[in-house]
Design a protein around this ligand. Sequence first.
Ligand code: NAP
Ligand code: G4F
Length: 326
Amino acid sequence: MGKVALITGITGQDGSYLSELLLSKGYEVHGVIRRSSWPNTGRIDKTFDPESKQYIHYGDLSDGIDDLLYSIQPDEVYNLAAMSHVKISFDVPIYTSEINAVGVCRILEGIRKLGLAKKTKFYQASSSEMFGITPPPQNENSVFNPVSPYGCAKLYSYHLTRSYRSGYGLFAANGILFNHESERRGVNFVTRKITRAACRIKLGLQDTLRLGNLDAKRDWGHSKDYMRAIYMILQHETPDDWVVSTGETHTVREFLESVFEYLEIPMEKHVIIDESFKRPNEVPALLGDSTKIQTVLGWKPEVSFKQLVKLMIDSDLKEVALELLK
Ligand code: NAP
Ligand code: G4F
């Protein structure tokens, strides 16, 4: 019989790619979606097929998912649900802590109390934002120095995951993922904000793009590659903590220049620096050293920075062209 997985955050960028990956491996996939006033299943609509083994349940990390854990008895839980926007975490720090920290405690406690500790493996979506102002390169042994409510909440969950592993023998693993993007990236993260706006400028639908700090450096990979990594993390014989990154870093300005160059539009005419997009605290530079996962699990990123930029632009050009037809 195939394995059964439960994904929180299945409607997000990563959740949608992970669901596709697990379905392709014969898994029965259960996803938690939250109630919204407008459809939030756009990224997973194509896997809603009567033949597919993807099942959707309403739930929220503020409520806990014990009933689902009990009825599904999953072999693997991938906890991807989060308030995932760093800048917005400064606006809603208490909510961010409630979901990204206490919400994770609810799931771990659920697994423990329901007697699933020996059956259910748990994956926690930890983040390179936890390194904060620690200078690069960052690996599993680097000091955590978070400077945002998001980073602090994620660090709580990172440690809680380790503590349930050591205290209760749970197979509980952390992936410390560096920034990863895709054609499905949320439109208010910097890469997608840039590719979408540049395509709209190219096709005459928009004139300006307002951005904050262009000097920050990020290690950007593709979400599909990173979902392959987290699957491998839960298949390893022992639970552990793993940095997942490309090992290459670029400034936001470099990303921006690559996009405008590719589309052959002059940047100076269209880009405005807007202080309101800057953060109370910034993480200046992220560059991951993923030697551990590359040597122990044999994982390697396949999509380069250049390919990522091209994939995102080509996809946005198609999407914006459809907008023109409306
Ligand atoms: P995303 O696109 O923003 O997706 C977040 C998901 O969480 C969505 O499905 C969202 O539902 C769901 N969610 C939010 N609040 C919830 C709640 N209270 N209860 C239940 N579900 C809730 O983020 P992503 O880029 O796929 O990231 C996935 C995970 O990896 C997140 O935990 C993120 O913090 C972490 N992470 C991401 C990166 C990255 O660069 N992408 C790097 C490191 C770690 P809706 O669709 O209804 O909003
Ligand atoms: O795209 P961003 O919002 O991503 P950020 O803050 O690095 O967080 C992402 O990666 C984390 C992993 O390191 C994840 F845990 C987290 O969930 C999320 O996926 O911003 C990237 C950089 C920042 O330095 C920001 O200050 O871009 C800079 N930036 C400049 N102008 C902007 C903008 N960011 C956004 N979102 N919007 C701007 O206009």
